[in-house]
Design a protein around this ligand. Structure first.
Ligand code: SF4
Ligand code: SF4
Ligand code: SF4
Ligand code: FES
Length: 320
């Protein structure tokens, strides 16, 4: 089996493994931002820089394949300096709006800047003034984007929707819809879940609750019989956000319809129609009426004339 040296220790690897994959498998820390196990590596953020013996330039661990006998270093002074330089480069055009940014508290850039010991802007910079797109359920503040390409890739490689693209180049690049108009996708929100910063946000969540005040619970979506695993974010007994979990990929209904129990038009008591008008009745009256009508149908047309359609997530007890 081929072997690679990481920080002077030998590790076996499989053909086709990247340095990052070998490091992760052996609990060797390399910071990452654009990397996601679920998508093909992009090599966009360069926070995973490593040093390779015999090579002058630093390499991105997520897109560098391990080679037999290769010697890499993940924590030298030079590597740490190179990563900090990348952070400086990103911060040149990133507004330092953390106090008023909805992503604060769960932002990879904020955490990483702290981890790298960045406590001031090392390069005085003019922040961009780029568009903020209101895409129905999703807000895209292109000023906050770090061009990690995660959104484009999860949309293309996981959902198969390919609704997003990178537009323009260099300082002016932004994430936009593929055809440059309104976002017209299924609104699964996976791009929001995997955006490492506050560029893509759920509109219903924006300026509602600080992330650290949310109680995050994994449960099952009950909007349809599929029963996807879902992360529900609660504050003060109220749901503020629903997201996919590590293992799930929820749809727009599970993600954005969580306010339906509070909708003003929600029917909370049974209604009976008489003389063309609906009026409220008690549950026992409604069930008695239902039973009488079913019995009438059975008497007139026989036992086989009645069928009930039930949600597949009901327990046997509830069904009978
Ligand atoms: S995206 Fe992150 S780093 Fe940028 S302003 Fe928001 S919290 Fe701060
Ligand atoms: S919008 Fe978010 S996920 Fe997409 S490229 Fe920008 S930072 Fe990355
Ligand atoms: S997330 Fe969508 S598919 Fe999954 S259970 Fe909820 S409604 Fe059904
Ligand atoms: S994690 Fe390797 S370049 Fe972004």
């Amino acid at each position: 089996m081929p072997e690679i040296y990481i920080n002077n220790k030998k590790y076996p690897f499989n053909e086709g493994d990247t340095v990052l994959e070998v490091a992760k498998r052996n609990n060797i820390y390399i910071p990452v931002m654009c990397y996601l196990e679920k998508i093909t590596p992009t090599g966009a953020c360069r926070f995973c820089l490593i040093e390779i013996e015999g090579i002058d330039k630093p390499a991105a661990a997520c897109v560098t394949y391990a080679l037999d006998g290769m010697k890499v270093f993940t924590d030298t002074e030079k590597v740490i300096k190179d990563r900090k330089r990348m952070m400086d480069f990103v911060l040149i055009k990133h507004p330092l709006d953390c106090p008023v940014c909805d992503k604060a508290g769960e932002c990879m850039l904020q955490d990483m800047a702290y981890e790298f010991g960045i406590n001031e802007e090392s390069v005085p910079s003019v922040k961009p003034d780029k568009p903020v797109f209101d895409w129905n359920f999703i807000i895209n503040d292109t000023n906050l984007c770090v061009m990690c390409e995660r959104c484009v890739k999860v949309c293309h490689e996981i959902t198969g929707c390919s609704a997003l693209k990178i537009e323009e180049r260099g300082f002016n690049n932004i994430i936009n819809t593929t055809d440059g108009t309104e976002l017209n996708c299924d609104f699964c929100g996976l791009c929001v879940d995997y955006c490492p910063v506050g560029a893509l946000l759920d509109k219903p969540y924006k300026h509602s609750v600080r992330s650290w005040d949310l109680d995050k619970k994994n449960t099952f979506c009950n909007m349809c019989p599929v029963g996807c695993e879902i992360e529900v974010n609660i504050h003060d007994n109220e749901i503020f956000r629903c997201r996919s979990t590590e293992n799930s990929f929820i749809c727009s209904l599970g993600r954005y319809a969580f306010k339906h129990p509070e909708h003003k038009d929600r029917i909370e008591t049974p209604l009976m129609k008489s003389s063309g008008k609906h009026s409220e009745v008690s549950w026992s009256d409604a069930l008695d009426e239902f039973k009488d009508r079913l019995n009438n149908i059975k008497e007139r047309y026989g036992d086989e004339s009645v069928a009930l359609l039930l949600g597949s997530r009901l327990s046997n007890e509830a069904v009978f």
